[in-house]
Design a protein around this ligand. Structure first.
Ligand code: BGC
Length: 268
């Protein structure tokens, strides 16, 4: 297992990609802090799946460590919540080695109709939350004097690719891209790596409306060279790799996990 002895905090892990990541990191041996904002039932499901993995129960002395997952409610859009989330994670498991900034939302709107409220909601969760979760995590690494930790941001193909009617979403992901590149330089000497994973179209609640609408789904599928939507575990597998020591020399990169969507332009 790649992540034995590691502790991971996965924001927004009560469903979708975050849930897939939390479970996958636990399968690789990590202890995992699950975070939710509005869906405690989803967080319970994630936790149940983590505890069922029970890898440590196979230990020869019969010792069974059921405490592999822990869940915390916190709104990533509020800095006080983010501070508490990181502090409580550290208090519970003693440390955190892996931060997965996954929580995110999107709002569909014509540019000229975007309200200040929607602008703030998207930017606060998708960018401000990532920024301060990362800052509190980095301060913890400095305090502990450890020389290895990893940060993985779940960005989007839309850190590069325009997505009309989702300008706030694209702007937030572009901001996370530049934050990641900047920090790769600034945090390198602390032994902290930081990378983005950029999913394409993945089967999750965030695009439920699209999944339920064949007229929208068919043209999208035609744009994906691998011919299908992604699944949360397609993303989680890459996150597990980036969090592991196999990826110790990778920092400042975006790994696009999109079935080829980003570079597929076709004359119709
Ligand atoms: C968005 C989805 C969209 C996908 C592909 C993701 O970042 O959250 O709504 O379907 O990109 O465009």
């Amino acid at each position: 297992m790649k992540l034995n002895e590691k502790v991971a905090l996965v924001t927004g892990s009560s469903g979708g990609i975050g849930q897939g990541i939390a479970i996958r990191l636990a399968q690789e041996g990590a202890k995992v802090v699950v975070n939710y904002r509005s869906n405690p039932e989803g967080a319970e499901q994630t936790l149940k799946a983590i505890n069922e993995i029970g890898g440590n129960c196979l230990m020869a002395d019969g010792f069974c460590d059921r405490d592999r997952g822990y869940s915390i409610g916190a709104d990533l859009g509020m800095v006080d919540d983010v501070r508490r989330l990181v502090a409580e994670s550290i208090e519970h498991f003693g440390t955190i080695d892996i931060l997965v900034n996954n929580a995110g939302i999107e709002k569909h709107s014509d540019f000229w109709d975007i309200t200040e409220q929607d602008f703030d909601a998207v930017m606060n969760i998708n960018f401000k939350g990532v920024f301060f979760a990362t800052q509190f995590f980095v301060k913890h690494q400095i305090d502990t004097g450890k020389n290895r930790a990893s940060i993985i941001n779940i960005s989007s193909v839309h850190e590069e690719l325009p997505f009309p009617h989702f300008t706030t979403y694209c702007a937030s992901k572009g901001a996370v891209k530049m934050m990641m590149r900047n920090l790769a330089v600034e945090l390198g000497r602390l032994g902290i790596t930081i990378n983005n994973v950029a999913p394409g179209a993945i089967e999750t609640p965030i695009n439920q409306q699209l999944l339920n609408n064949p007229a929208q789904l068919q043209p999208l599928l035609k744009n994906i060279p691998l011919g299908r939507l992604g699944k949360p575990d397609d993303i989680a597998a890459v996150v597990a790799f980036l969090a592991s020591d196999d990826a110790r020399y990778i920092t400042g990169s975006t790994v696009v996990v999109d079935g080829g969507l980003l570079w597929n332009y076709q004359e119709q």
